[in-house]
Design a binder for this molecule. Structure first.
Ligand code: COA
Length: 286
Protein backbone atom coordinates (compact mmCIF):
# COMPACT_ATOMS: atom_id res chain seq x y z
CA UNK A 1 0.00 0.00 0.00
CA UNK A 2 1.31 3.48 -0.81
CA UNK A 3 2.03 6.02 1.88
CA UNK A 4 0.44 9.43 1.43
CA UNK A 5 3.02 11.72 -0.20
CA UNK A 6 4.63 13.87 2.46
CA UNK A 7 5.31 17.08 0.56
CA UNK A 8 7.21 18.58 3.46
CA UNK A 9 9.96 16.00 3.44
CA UNK A 10 11.73 16.81 0.18
CA UNK A 11 13.96 19.71 -0.87
CA UNK A 12 11.64 20.97 -3.62
CA UNK A 13 8.69 21.53 -1.28
CA UNK A 14 8.56 25.27 -2.01
CA UNK A 15 8.14 24.70 -5.78
CA UNK A 16 4.77 23.91 -7.39
CA UNK A 17 3.99 20.19 -6.93
CA UNK A 18 3.69 19.69 -10.72
CA UNK A 19 6.97 21.49 -11.56
CA UNK A 20 8.54 18.44 -13.25
CA UNK A 21 5.46 16.45 -14.27
CA UNK A 22 6.04 14.73 -17.62
CA UNK A 23 9.82 15.21 -17.43
CA UNK A 24 12.39 12.44 -17.48
CA UNK A 25 15.46 13.14 -15.34
CA UNK A 26 18.75 11.29 -15.01
CA UNK A 27 20.83 11.87 -11.88
CA UNK A 28 24.30 10.33 -11.79
CA UNK A 29 25.29 9.30 -8.29
CA UNK A 30 21.60 9.82 -7.57
CA UNK A 31 21.30 7.26 -4.80
CA UNK A 32 23.41 8.91 -2.11
CA UNK A 33 24.21 12.30 -0.62
CA UNK A 34 23.34 15.37 -2.64
CA UNK A 35 22.33 13.24 -5.63
CA UNK A 36 19.74 11.42 -3.53
CA UNK A 37 18.21 14.66 -2.28
CA UNK A 38 18.01 16.05 -5.82
CA UNK A 39 16.46 12.79 -7.03
CA UNK A 40 13.90 12.89 -4.21
CA UNK A 41 12.97 16.47 -5.03
CA UNK A 42 12.59 15.80 -8.76
CA UNK A 43 10.49 12.69 -8.16
CA UNK A 44 8.29 14.38 -5.54
CA UNK A 45 7.58 17.16 -8.06
CA UNK A 46 6.46 14.72 -10.73
CA UNK A 47 9.52 13.72 -12.77
CA UNK A 48 10.35 10.19 -13.82
CA UNK A 49 13.78 9.86 -12.22
CA UNK A 50 16.49 7.42 -13.29
CA UNK A 51 19.45 7.25 -10.94
CA UNK A 52 22.72 6.00 -12.40
CA UNK A 53 25.70 4.85 -10.36
CA UNK A 54 28.24 2.08 -10.06
CA UNK A 55 26.78 0.21 -7.12
CA UNK A 56 23.24 -1.15 -7.14
CA UNK A 57 23.41 -1.14 -3.32
CA UNK A 58 23.29 2.64 -3.55
CA UNK A 59 20.00 2.48 -5.45
CA UNK A 60 17.97 0.77 -2.75
CA UNK A 61 17.11 3.73 -0.50
CA UNK A 62 15.66 5.83 -3.33
CA UNK A 63 13.78 2.98 -4.97
CA UNK A 64 12.28 1.87 -1.67
CA UNK A 65 11.10 5.37 -0.80
CA UNK A 66 9.79 5.84 -4.34
CA UNK A 67 7.65 2.70 -4.06
CA UNK A 68 6.17 3.95 -0.79
CA UNK A 69 5.39 7.38 -2.24
CA UNK A 70 4.27 6.37 -5.74
CA UNK A 71 7.16 8.22 -7.35
CA UNK A 72 8.26 7.21 -10.85
CA UNK A 73 11.76 5.93 -10.14
CA UNK A 74 14.25 3.64 -11.83
CA UNK A 75 17.95 2.89 -11.64
CA UNK A 76 20.78 1.75 -13.88
CA UNK A 77 24.20 0.47 -12.96
CA UNK A 78 26.67 2.73 -14.74
CA UNK A 79 30.29 3.77 -14.43
CA UNK A 80 30.32 7.22 -16.00
CA UNK A 81 34.03 6.83 -16.86
CA UNK A 82 33.12 4.36 -19.62
CA UNK A 83 31.97 6.34 -22.67
CA UNK A 84 30.53 3.29 -24.41
CA UNK A 85 28.46 2.33 -21.35
CA UNK A 86 27.18 5.89 -21.05
CA UNK A 87 26.07 5.81 -24.69
CA UNK A 88 24.26 2.50 -24.18
CA UNK A 89 22.61 3.77 -20.99
CA UNK A 90 21.43 6.95 -22.74
CA UNK A 91 19.87 4.88 -25.54
CA UNK A 92 18.27 2.38 -23.15
CA UNK A 93 16.80 5.04 -20.85
CA UNK A 94 15.30 6.94 -23.80
CA UNK A 95 13.83 3.69 -25.16
CA UNK A 96 12.38 2.63 -21.80
CA UNK A 97 11.20 5.92 -20.34
CA UNK A 98 11.10 8.44 -23.18
CA UNK A 99 13.37 11.35 -24.08
CA UNK A 100 15.52 12.65 -21.25
CA UNK A 101 14.76 16.29 -20.36
CA UNK A 102 17.04 16.76 -17.36
CA UNK A 103 20.57 15.55 -16.63
CA UNK A 104 22.26 16.13 -13.28
CA UNK A 105 25.97 15.33 -13.43
CA UNK A 106 26.45 14.67 -9.74
CA UNK A 107 28.67 11.56 -9.63
CA UNK A 108 32.01 12.38 -8.02
CA UNK A 109 34.98 10.89 -6.24
CA UNK A 110 37.12 12.75 -3.77
CA UNK A 111 39.48 12.33 -0.85
CA UNK A 112 42.16 14.42 0.78
CA UNK A 113 45.68 13.46 -0.30
CA UNK A 114 48.89 15.52 -0.52
CA UNK A 115 49.63 16.17 -4.21
CA UNK A 116 53.15 14.80 -3.93
CA UNK A 117 51.74 11.45 -2.77
CA UNK A 118 48.81 11.14 -5.17
CA UNK A 119 49.23 8.10 -7.42
CA UNK A 120 48.52 8.33 -11.13
CA UNK A 121 45.63 5.89 -10.63
CA UNK A 122 44.14 8.10 -7.94
CA UNK A 123 44.46 11.17 -10.21
CA UNK A 124 42.87 9.24 -13.08
CA UNK A 125 40.05 7.87 -10.91
CA UNK A 126 38.89 11.32 -9.83
CA UNK A 127 39.47 13.04 -13.18
CA UNK A 128 37.73 10.10 -14.86
CA UNK A 129 34.59 10.25 -12.74
CA UNK A 130 34.29 14.01 -12.43
CA UNK A 131 35.54 15.43 -15.74
CA UNK A 132 35.34 12.56 -18.23
CA UNK A 133 32.06 11.32 -16.74
CA UNK A 134 30.45 14.75 -16.91
CA UNK A 135 31.48 15.12 -20.53
CA UNK A 136 30.40 11.64 -21.61
CA UNK A 137 26.99 12.02 -19.95
CA UNK A 138 26.51 15.54 -21.29
CA UNK A 139 27.40 14.38 -24.79
CA UNK A 140 25.30 11.22 -24.93
CA UNK A 141 22.23 12.50 -23.08
CA UNK A 142 22.74 15.90 -24.72
CA UNK A 143 22.40 14.39 -28.21
CA UNK A 144 18.83 13.34 -27.41
CA UNK A 145 18.08 16.79 -26.00
CA UNK A 146 19.53 18.45 -29.11
CA UNK A 147 17.36 16.25 -31.31
CA UNK A 148 14.26 17.43 -29.41
CA UNK A 149 15.35 21.05 -29.12
CA UNK A 150 15.05 21.13 -25.33
CA UNK A 151 16.99 20.10 -22.24
CA UNK A 152 18.51 21.14 -18.94
CA UNK A 153 21.89 20.03 -17.66
CA UNK A 154 23.16 20.78 -14.16
CA UNK A 155 26.75 20.11 -13.13
CA UNK A 156 27.98 19.98 -9.56
CA UNK A 157 31.29 21.80 -9.10
CA UNK A 158 32.89 23.31 -5.99
CA UNK A 159 34.14 26.76 -5.09
CA UNK A 160 37.71 25.44 -5.10
CA UNK A 161 37.34 25.09 -8.88
CA UNK A 162 38.52 28.73 -8.97
CA UNK A 163 40.08 29.28 -5.54
CA UNK A 164 42.08 26.05 -5.55
CA UNK A 165 42.47 24.06 -2.33
CA UNK A 166 45.32 22.21 -0.74
CA UNK A 167 44.88 18.45 -0.48
CA UNK A 168 42.40 18.05 -3.34
CA UNK A 169 44.38 18.99 -6.45
CA UNK A 170 42.72 16.12 -8.34
CA UNK A 171 39.17 17.19 -7.50
CA UNK A 172 39.88 20.93 -7.87
CA UNK A 173 41.42 20.38 -11.31
CA UNK A 174 38.50 18.20 -12.39
CA UNK A 175 35.89 20.66 -11.09
CA UNK A 176 37.68 23.55 -12.86
CA UNK A 177 37.35 21.53 -16.05
CA UNK A 178 33.66 20.93 -15.39
CA UNK A 179 33.13 24.65 -14.88
CA UNK A 180 34.76 25.38 -18.26
CA UNK A 181 32.68 22.58 -19.79
CA UNK A 182 29.51 24.09 -18.31
CA UNK A 183 30.17 27.51 -19.81
CA UNK A 184 31.32 26.12 -23.15
CA UNK A 185 28.27 23.91 -23.61
CA UNK A 186 25.97 26.70 -22.39
CA UNK A 187 27.18 28.83 -25.29
CA UNK A 188 27.41 26.03 -27.82
CA UNK A 189 24.08 24.33 -27.15
CA UNK A 190 21.83 27.30 -26.39
CA UNK A 191 20.83 27.42 -30.05
CA UNK A 192 19.41 23.90 -29.64
CA UNK A 193 17.26 24.95 -26.68
CA UNK A 194 19.51 23.53 -23.97
CA UNK A 195 20.43 25.25 -20.70
CA UNK A 196 23.66 24.20 -18.99
CA UNK A 197 24.38 25.46 -15.49
CA UNK A 198 26.45 24.56 -12.46
CA UNK A 199 26.15 24.76 -8.74
CA UNK A 200 29.14 25.26 -6.46
CA UNK A 201 28.55 24.21 -2.89
CA UNK A 202 31.02 24.89 -0.14
CA UNK A 203 31.33 22.08 2.38
CA UNK A 204 28.01 20.50 3.22
CA UNK A 205 26.86 17.63 5.39
CA UNK A 206 26.79 14.27 3.63
CA UNK A 207 28.07 10.80 4.47
CA UNK A 208 30.53 10.87 1.56
CA UNK A 209 31.94 14.26 2.48
CA UNK A 210 32.13 13.37 6.17
CA UNK A 211 34.00 10.16 5.40
CA UNK A 212 36.38 11.63 2.82
CA UNK A 213 36.89 15.31 3.48
CA UNK A 214 37.08 15.93 7.23
CA UNK A 215 38.36 13.30 9.60
CA UNK A 216 36.78 14.45 12.88
CA UNK A 217 34.51 16.98 14.57
CA UNK A 218 37.41 19.21 15.59
CA UNK A 219 38.48 19.65 11.96
CA UNK A 220 34.87 20.30 11.02
CA UNK A 221 34.57 23.04 13.67
CA UNK A 222 37.79 24.65 12.39
CA UNK A 223 36.38 24.65 8.85
CA UNK A 224 33.05 26.08 10.02
CA UNK A 225 34.85 28.90 11.82
CA UNK A 226 36.13 30.15 8.44
CA UNK A 227 32.63 30.41 6.96
CA UNK A 228 30.85 33.76 7.45
CA UNK A 229 27.61 31.93 8.34
CA UNK A 230 29.61 29.71 10.75
CA UNK A 231 28.09 26.43 9.62
CA UNK A 232 28.05 23.98 6.76
CA UNK A 233 25.01 23.79 4.50
CA UNK A 234 22.68 20.85 4.85
CA UNK A 235 22.40 18.59 1.83
CA UNK A 236 18.79 19.67 1.62
CA UNK A 237 19.74 23.35 1.27
CA UNK A 238 22.09 22.61 -1.63
CA UNK A 239 19.57 20.30 -3.31
CA UNK A 240 16.92 23.02 -3.11
CA UNK A 241 19.12 25.34 -5.17
CA UNK A 242 19.73 22.55 -7.71
CA UNK A 243 15.98 22.13 -8.15
CA UNK A 244 15.56 25.89 -8.54
CA UNK A 245 18.11 25.94 -11.39
CA UNK A 246 16.40 23.00 -13.08
CA UNK A 247 12.87 24.41 -12.77
CA UNK A 248 11.16 26.45 -15.53
CA UNK A 249 11.48 29.55 -13.33
CA UNK A 250 15.20 29.50 -14.28
CA UNK A 251 14.62 29.14 -18.02
CA UNK A 252 16.62 32.29 -18.80
CA UNK A 253 19.58 31.22 -16.64
CA UNK A 254 22.29 29.67 -18.81
CA UNK A 255 26.02 29.24 -18.22
CA UNK A 256 25.63 30.28 -14.58
CA UNK A 257 27.46 28.84 -11.61
CA UNK A 258 25.41 29.37 -8.46
CA UNK A 259 27.56 29.48 -5.34
CA UNK A 260 25.99 28.03 -2.18
CA UNK A 261 28.71 28.36 0.42
CA UNK A 262 27.53 30.70 3.19
CA UNK A 263 29.83 33.42 1.85
CA UNK A 264 33.00 31.38 2.35
CA UNK A 265 34.54 32.17 -1.02
CA UNK A 266 34.10 35.95 -0.99
CA UNK A 267 35.72 38.68 1.03
CA UNK A 268 39.27 39.16 2.21
CA UNK A 269 40.88 37.11 4.91
CA UNK A 270 43.04 39.84 6.43
CA UNK A 271 40.71 40.68 9.31
CA UNK A 272 38.12 38.58 11.04
CA UNK A 273 34.66 40.22 11.11
CA UNK A 274 34.26 42.42 14.18
CA UNK A 275 37.99 42.87 14.73
CA UNK A 276 38.81 46.30 16.18
CA UNK A 277 42.25 47.77 16.00
CA UNK A 278 43.74 51.21 16.26
CA UNK A 279 46.20 52.91 14.00
CA UNK A 280 48.82 55.38 15.09
CA UNK A 281 46.66 58.21 13.59
CA UNK A 282 43.54 56.89 15.25
CA UNK A 283 41.15 55.74 12.47
CA UNK A 284 39.18 52.57 13.08
CA UNK A 285 38.14 50.64 9.93
CA UNK A 286 35.49 48.64 11.81
N1 COA B 1 43.93 8.49 -0.52
C1 COA B 1 44.84 8.25 -1.48
N2 COA B 1 44.60 7.51 -2.58
C2 COA B 1 43.35 6.99 -2.70
C3 COA B 1 42.33 7.20 -1.76
C4 COA B 1 42.66 7.98 -0.61
N3 COA B 1 41.76 8.23 0.35
N4 COA B 1 41.20 6.58 -2.17
C5 COA B 1 41.50 5.98 -3.36
N5 COA B 1 42.80 6.24 -3.66
C6 COA B 1 43.55 5.75 -4.78
C7 COA B 1 43.71 4.25 -4.73
O1 COA B 1 44.76 3.86 -3.87
C8 COA B 1 43.99 3.92 -6.19
O2 COA B 1 45.31 4.22 -6.54
P1 COA B 1 46.46 3.06 -6.60
O3 COA B 1 45.96 2.04 -7.59
O4 COA B 1 47.66 3.79 -7.07
O5 COA B 1 46.56 2.51 -5.22
C9 COA B 1 43.15 4.93 -6.93
O6 COA B 1 42.85 5.99 -6.01
C10 COA B 1 41.87 4.37 -7.42
O7 COA B 1 41.19 3.84 -6.28
P2 COA B 1 40.13 2.67 -6.41
O8 COA B 1 39.40 2.54 -5.12
O9 COA B 1 40.76 1.46 -6.99
O10 COA B 1 39.24 3.28 -7.56
P3 COA B 1 37.75 3.47 -7.69
O11 COA B 1 37.64 3.92 -9.07
O12 COA B 1 36.98 2.27 -7.30
O13 COA B 1 37.33 4.64 -6.64
C11 COA B 1 37.13 6.79 -5.64
C12 COA B 1 37.99 5.85 -6.51
C13 COA B 1 37.85 8.07 -5.45
C14 COA B 1 35.84 7.14 -6.34
C15 COA B 1 36.84 6.08 -4.32
O14 COA B 1 37.89 6.31 -3.44
C16 COA B 1 35.54 6.48 -3.68
O15 COA B 1 34.55 5.81 -3.92
N6 COA B 1 35.47 7.54 -2.84
C17 COA B 1 34.28 7.86 -2.06
C18 COA B 1 33.18 8.51 -2.83
C19 COA B 1 33.36 9.99 -2.89
O16 COA B 1 34.47 10.41 -3.01
N7 COA B 1 32.27 10.77 -2.82
C20 COA B 1 32.35 12.20 -2.92
C21 COA B 1 32.61 12.82 -1.56
S1 COA B 1 32.79 14.58 -1.67
Amino acid sequence: MSAAPDRLSHPGRWLAPDTFVGRVAVVTGGGTGLGLQVSRGLAALGATVVIASRSSEHHAAFLTEARARDWKAHSVVLDVREARDVRRAAEAIAADHGPVDILVNNAAGNFVCPAERLSSNAWRAVLGIVLDGTFYCSQHFGRGMIARGEGRILNIVATYAWTGMAGVVHSASAKAGVLALTRSLAVEWARFGLRVNAIAPGPFESDGARANLWPDEETKRALEAQIPLKRFASTDEVAAQCLWLLAPVSDYVNGECLVVDGGASVGGRMWAPGTRFSRSRGTDPT
